[in-house]
Design a protein around this ligand. Structure first.
Ligand code: SF4
Length: 394
């Protein structure tokens, strides 16, 4: 799905001309007053293919494939799944000439912009761009010297490709490390700005910057510092964040704080997991900050001794099902009639469990009582009736 097509169901906060505050298109008044406290830093705009990054453009969601890029079929298949989940920019690793050539075939079969991730070899960067990469991610300091970097910048200008200057804890230059002792936030920023200057000397400015650390607090401080020192758009991320739970928590703390402070124009949540999970976490993070929303929000209770239905499996099935829905809705799946009806009534569609039955609420009003064994089917039927046009069965 194209970025343009998605704009119809994503509801972003926009900055009106001449106003530094952000406004909401979709959220409620109460949510607006909270979210309006976020003032996004105004960075310069660049493009990755047809996706605008920076300024008042929506904060773009990225991921990276973990297939062998030379395996075109597997890579395209993974990208299609990521597109369906809402990924807006995809990055692939380019390790050799065959991978650079494969970019041509991959690009022909996908609808989101593609970034080639390259280390050390400037030839691969040039080849990736010649084969249609719309962005490249490099560390200019390790691409082989000034003359080779100039060739990369020339190719980027020729092919209208933007560059992500990607610095991480492991790539900080020796002299900077000697100065700061460790890959501190200051060292990361020093390294990033040094690499940015290499491209600026070549009159190349279509870039965004990332400075990734696997440490949450270093990440927060480094991006704060970098944001103060330049107006290039920033790509946020915690590198090697870990598995689903640890990675989600670390990334959400670091990126959540930064986004709340108005820092960041695009981001990836890195997980040792199927990259589709990364996209789900990205949207939950954006939703929790009232920045963007995609698909239904599920509110479900943890259950307690009052629960008389099998809520865990019901909530799990509903959670799985709503991943196929793009419409932003509030859905509540609650265990009992003590707190359940209250939450369920606040939702667009809700249910509260009773003894062997469930009570369904629609738009805050009692709708019907259903036996437990029919509850899931009836609930999904009602959900479909509210989202019919935008449901995309997988
Ligand atoms: S909604 Fe009911 S079952 Fe669920 S946690 Fe609250 S009191 Fe317990």
């Amino acid at each position: 799905m194209s970025h343009k097509a998605e704009a119809s169901f994503l509801h972003e906060r926009k900055r009106p001309p001449g106003d530094s505050k952000l406004i909401l298109k979709k959220f409620t008044k109460k949510e607006y007053s909270f979210a309006a406290m976020i003032q996004r830093k105004h960075t310069r705009q660049i493009k990755v293919g047809n996706v605008v990054i920076g300024g008042d453009a929506p904060i773009a969601v990225q991921s990276m494939t973990n297939s062998d890029t030379r395996d075109v079929e597997a890579t395209v298949s993974q990208i299609h799944k990521l597109e369906s989940a809402g990924c807006e920019i995809i990055r692939v690793a380019v390790l050799d000439d065959d991978a650079a050539v494969a970019i041509r075939q991959i690009r022909d079969q996908i609808s989101i912009p593609l970034i080639a991730d390259i280390h050390f070899d400037h030839r691969l960067a040039v080849a990736a761009m010649e084969n249609g990469a719309q962005g490249i991610r490099i560390n200019p300091g390790n691409i082989g010297g000034a003359a080779k970097l100039a060739k990369v910048a020339d190719a980027a200008k020729t092919h209208h490709v933007s560059i992500r200057v990607g610095v991480n804890s492991g790539s900080v230059e020796k002299d900077i490390l000697a100065l700061f002792g460790h890959p501190t936030p200051e060292a990361l920023v020093e390294s990033a700005l040094r690499n940015v200057k290499l491209l600026e000397k070549l009159h190349f400015y279509e870039m965004k910057i990332s400075i990734k650390s696997s440490d949450t607090l270093t990440t927060i401080d480094a991006y704060r510092l970098l944001s103060d020192k330049c107006d290039y758009p920033l790509h946020l991320g915690v590198t090697e964040a870990g598995g689903l739970i640890a990675g989600t928590v670390k990334s959400s703390v670091a990126l959540g704080m930064l986004l709340y402070e108005g820092i960041g124009d695009t981001f990836r949540i890195s997980l040792t997991r199927d990259p589709v999970e990364e996209i789900r976490v990205c949207y939950e993070l954006l939703r929790s900050l009232r920045i963007r929303e995609r698909g239904p929000e599920l509110i479900s209770c943890p259950t307690c001794g009052r629960c008389r239905i099998d809520l865990f499996s019901l909530a799990e099935k509903v959670e799985r099902y709503i991943q196929t829905i793009e419409t932003p809705l509030k859905i509540a799946v609650m265990g009992c009639v003590v707190n359940g009806p209250g939450e369920a009534k606040e939702a667009d569609l809700g249910l509260a469990g009773g003894t062997g039955v469930g009570i369904i609420f629609k738009k805050g009003k009692f709708y019907k009582k259903v036996p437990e064994n029919e509850l899931y089917d009836v609930f999904i039927h009602e959900l479909n009736s509210m989202t019919e046009k935008s449901t995309t069965p997988k």
